[in-house]
Design a protein around this ligand. Structure first.
Ligand SMILES: [Zn+2]
Length: 278
């Protein structure tokens, strides 16, 4: 099975087997970094098998030399919460689908089925809510805010909850309130820290329930309830809240709720003025 070859390629990159593969299929980069682009259907299948390995394994972090977290896609985003690198130990890929932590074709097959069903579920969600997804790209907000919103709705932000599901060992509870799981809906809408910011926004937003589990459904509700200008403001506020939290995580800088709101509104006004002026 190809997943077994993918596992060997990733796990022991200095073996003869790996060097032969690399010379033939990935001469200019590592297998980790290889992307589609080759015209070989074999390479295509091998990269699909790599996704199975990616799903079923996790890195035990040593000196950090093999893990370029900002340059490849093994983790959902910049690595935020892990411990300091251990320079005496090499990074090791660990199979996490069985107790023995040993790669097997049987467990890889189970992972492949899981990936397939997730892809099907996502596809049917896009079909069922296609109009709502399309609205994200029509918002009159800076493109980076649209991209952020799409990632938030797709649950592709590096939340602790997501990291835990990908078996990165972090505390899954929200850093700010320590009361609930750190999900996208919690961080951008429900957390008491976040509520202090939303409390400053006037209009229909105040009528929306706090009790939200899924951020995409929250966006869908907002999109059906709010005026277009209110929806633009809601989107950029969510983006501003996200940035404020990252400032806290990365630089330990706390932002006042009013500043978070005013900087968002200022950016929106400036952007919309420039769009009209063009
Ligand atoms: Zn919280």
């Amino acid at each position: 099975m190809l997943a077994k070859q993918a596992w060997r390629l990733l796990h022991n990159e200095h073996s003869l087997f790996c060097r032969v593969y690399k010379a033939r299929y990935f001469p200019n980069c590592s297998f980790l970094m290889a992307e589609l682009g080759s015209n070989s259907s074999f390479v295509w299948s091998l990269l699909a098998a790599r996704d199975v390995v990616r799903e079923g394994s996790t890195w035990q972090i040593g000196d950090g030399s093999r893990i370029g977290v900002t340059t490849h896609k093994w983790l959902p985003n910049a690595l935020v919460f892990l411990h300091e690198p251990n320079t005496e130990m090499k990074d090791t890929l660990i199979w996490t689908e069985n107790k023995s932590k040993t790669f097997s074709v049987r467990t890889a097959y189970r992972v492949a089925l899981r990936l397939k069903s997730t892809a099907l579920a996502e596809h049917s969600s896009v079909r069922a809510h296609g109009v709502t997804w399309g609205k994200i790209w029509k918002l009159n907000v800076p493109p980076k805010v649209r991209t952020f919103l799409w990632r938030a709705c797709s649950n592709c932000l590096p939340m602790r909850d997501n990291l835990c599901r990908r078996k990165v060992q972090v505390e899954a509870t929200c850093e700010f309130c320590r009361q609930e799981l750190e999900t996208v809906a919690h961080v951008l809408w429900k957390c008491p820290f976040t509520r202090n910011v939303w409390a400053l926004v006037r209009g229909q937003v105040q009528k929306c329930s706090n009790d939200v589990v899924d951020f995409f459904l929250l966006f869908k509700h907002m999109q059906e309830t709010l005026e277009p200008s209110e929806l633009d403001r809601w989107a950029i506020m969510a983006w501003s809240i996200w940035n404020a939290q990252n400032r806290y995580y990365f630089r330990h800088v706390q932002s006042l709720p009013r500043w978070i709101m005013e900087s968002a509104v200022g950016l929106l006004t400036e952007y919309q003025y420039l769009v009209v002026a063009q």
